[in-house]
Write a protein that binds this ligand. Sequence first.
Ligand SMILES: *[C@@H]1O[C@H](CO)[C@@H](O)[C@H](O)[C@H]1NC(C)=O
Ligand SMILES: *[C@@H]1O[C@H](CO)[C@@H](O)[C@H](O)[C@H]1NC(C)=O
Ligand SMILES: *[C@@H]1O[C@H](CO)[C@@H](O)[C@H](O)[C@H]1NC(C)=O
Ligand SMILES: *[C@@H]1O[C@H](CO)[C@@H](O)[C@H](O)[C@H]1NC(C)=O
Length: 343
Amino acid sequence: MSARIAKSNPAMKLIVLFTASFSWAFQQQDILPKYQYLDPVTSDLLLCDQCPPGTAVKRHCTTDTPTECQVCPERHFAENWHWGDTCQYCTSVCKERQLVKQQCNSTHDQLCECAPGFHLVVEFCITHSSCPPGYGVTALGTPVSETTCERCPAGHFSSRDSSTEPCLPHKNCSGLGLKTLRWGTSTSNSLCTNKTASPECSQQHSLCQTASGVNLCEKKVSRCNSLKNLTLEDLLKVTDSLPGVKVKLEDVRAVVSTCLPQQYILQLLHLWKMANYDLDLAKGLSHSLRVLRNNGAPRHLLKGLKKFSRIIGTTSTHKMYEKMFVSMLHDESCFKAHKPLNE
Ligand SMILES: *[C@@H]1O[C@H](CO)[C@@H](O)[C@H](O)[C@H]1NC(C)=O
Ligand SMILES: *[C@@H]1O[C@H](CO)[C@@H](O)[C@H](O)[C@H]1NC(C)=O
Ligand SMILES: *[C@@H]1O[C@H](CO)[C@@H](O)[C@H](O)[C@H]1NC(C)=O
Ligand SMILES: *[C@@H]1O[C@H](CO)[C@@H](O)[C@H](O)[C@H]1NC(C)=O
């Protein structure tokens, strides 16, 4: 389609323009883009149709013939309406760490995107980051977006660096009919125990053999006997009598609810030691004994603690004993330190 514009007569030009646009509108073709073209032969200024995407002008319009378009050649494209006589070359390579997302066709250039595991930041493909322990993935990274993380909500945990793992719910020990050995945190699952499966005092004997002398083991066993029927009340008395930072009430309760009675005192002292790294266990125990004696604590408690204190207080065996103490506590058999959820 073409229209002839009388170049020499502005008024005429206007009329022709008006008529032409009226007729395009009438034919609902007014959306077809046009371009002005000066016919080199007739010197007429013509209004030619542009060529649609995927094509280029083969021959400009004349007063009698419309614009002739031809399809872009292989590996060329034209994205918009235009009146050029060539199409653009397709991009042939993608950048580093990119893959072809869409092959080039006559209307679209080749599209590249970041390879899996990378996303675009300004112009570069960057590795998706992972969420640290305590944080879970809420949305996986895409070629254009980074991994998104959330702090694990109450009752959930994530124990490792991961770019894919969400926060997982803590195991529900009571729901499984088990006791909670350790509460879950934001970075660890809860640990359940089967109380009857906890090692007996006599089983700890084997640890003695590797860590210290036979004498000490005998003392340890006797200690187990004399301290085997401690109650929560007893433990709270000991807790109060120890110097320094007090072990939390809830932790003492947890010891009673998850450990075997013969393990109570060791676990309690371990908790105290964790809160009071700078204090000497032997001195702490002597202090505790003095306080308990002054407060008229039960005899069995005093007796048991005194025995215990004597083992600990022997300077030559002190270090060895502590080693044994620590290795025994490493067996994860019962409650050690209560960490509030998600701390
Ligand atoms: C060309 O590719 C684009 C996407 O890059 C697509 O939307 C379009 O339909 C394709 N056209 C043809 C003719 O295949
Ligand atoms: C754990 O299980 C018990 C018993 O099935 C249930 O009452 C309790 O609400 C559960 N706790 C959580 C945190 O799901
Ligand atoms: C708990 O321990 C007992 C004795 O070892 C065993 O028979 C029982 O199956 C255990 N229960 C669970 C839930 O592990
Ligand atoms: C613990 O056992 C001793 C004897 O070994 C006994 O004298 C004491 O009353 C017991 N205590 C409790 C609370 O049962």
